[in-house]
Write a protein that binds this ligand. Structure first.
Ligand SMILES: [Zn+2]
Length: 294
């Protein structure tokens, strides 16, 4: 179940990178290896229109891997037929309200259940009340998925080996934009959403309004480490509910811990006791401690 965000995250319901990663792990453990029998599309209009021949393109293919790029899930399918190699990748973005659920005992579809992927041992159902999500089929013959235009301007993956202080330092040189906005833009590093940005900057002692290009290498290293730790903790908390992930009612607790600064305006800093402050940067709320962050 997805779309459930941390306890302290009431302001947003967007699935962020950790939630998408938790979904990826769930798909990996439950569905990889199964053959896709059929695809049922009830509402072809998501953020992009779904290709009319989606079912024909995919049916009979076997799911061999589920990976993630930023907040896109990449489901790799393999299929050899008389017509040649018809392998490809299904890109799934959950938008604002999308959820994926694997059911072995499939209930009748509700009005927001837009797509069913019927596998050998159950149905992966896509539900999305607001329809900002997306599903795209990318045939392998069109080249590696990494070259897809959707990924052209994305920054590095925060949990990959190529993201560290040196990479962040290099990416921020000459940038006058505030470090918090730099993180949210996703061009230097992907997946650091509004809440994770505030939390990571607090952990690394960096004021969210500091110009990105003014951070030293040492501070970039602390920030990169804090981003990685914050995301990993969130994934780990999501992971604890993985067992019943697909069967939950969507209200399960991901992350029972409270945030350090996010959503805590006026409350005492957990480090020094000073009141947490809130500013808006490009309409997004940013929380910080003026005594701990410089
Ligand atoms: Zn403080």
């Amino acid at each position: 179940m997805l779309g459930v965000i941390q306890d302290c995250f009431k302001e947003t319901t967007l699935p962020e990178l950790p939630e998408v990663e938790v979904v990826r792990r769930g798909l990996e453990s439950r569905i990889v290896g199964q053959r896709l029998l059929d695809v049922i599309v009830r509402a072809p209009r998501l953020r992009f229109p779904l290709a009319g021949d989606l079912a024909r393109s995919m049916a009979g293919a076997r799911l061999i891997m589920v990976s993630r790029r930023s907040k896109y899930l990449l489901l790799d399918f393999a299929r050899q037929s008389a017509a040649g190699d018809q392998s490809g990748t299904l890109l799934v973005h959950l938008g604002m309200t999308g959820t994926l659920r694997f059911e072995t005992d499939v209930p009748a579809p509700g009005r927001h259940d837009h797509v069913d992927l019927n596998f050998e041992q159950g149905t992966l159902r896509y539900r999305d009340p607001r329809r900002f999500g997306a599903m795209l089929w990318h045939p392998a013959r069109e080249g590696p998925i990494a070259t897809h235009p959707l990924f052209a301007k994305l920054g590095v993956e925060p949990l990959s080996a190529s993201f560290d202080g040196a990479a962040l330092y290099a990416a921020t040189r000459g940038r006058k934009v505030a470090i918090k906005q730099f993180l949210l833009a996703g061009t230097g590093v992907v997946g650091v959403g509004n809440i994770y940005a505030s939390e990571s900057l607090f952990r690394s002692g960096i004021r969210p309004t500091v110009a990105a290009g003014r951070l030293s290498l040492a501070r970039c290293s602390r920030l990169a480490e804090a981003i990685r730790a914050t995301l990993n903790e969130s994934i780990a908390h999501g992971g604890t509910t993985l067992r019943d992930f697909f069967g939950s009612d969507g209200q399960g607790g991901y992350f029972q811990n409270e945030c350090l600064v996010y959503g805590r305006e006026g409350e005492p800093c957990r480090n020094c006791g000073a009141p947490i402050r809130m500013v808006r940067q490009q309409q997004r709320a940013t929380f910080y401690c003026s005594s701990c962050q410089h």
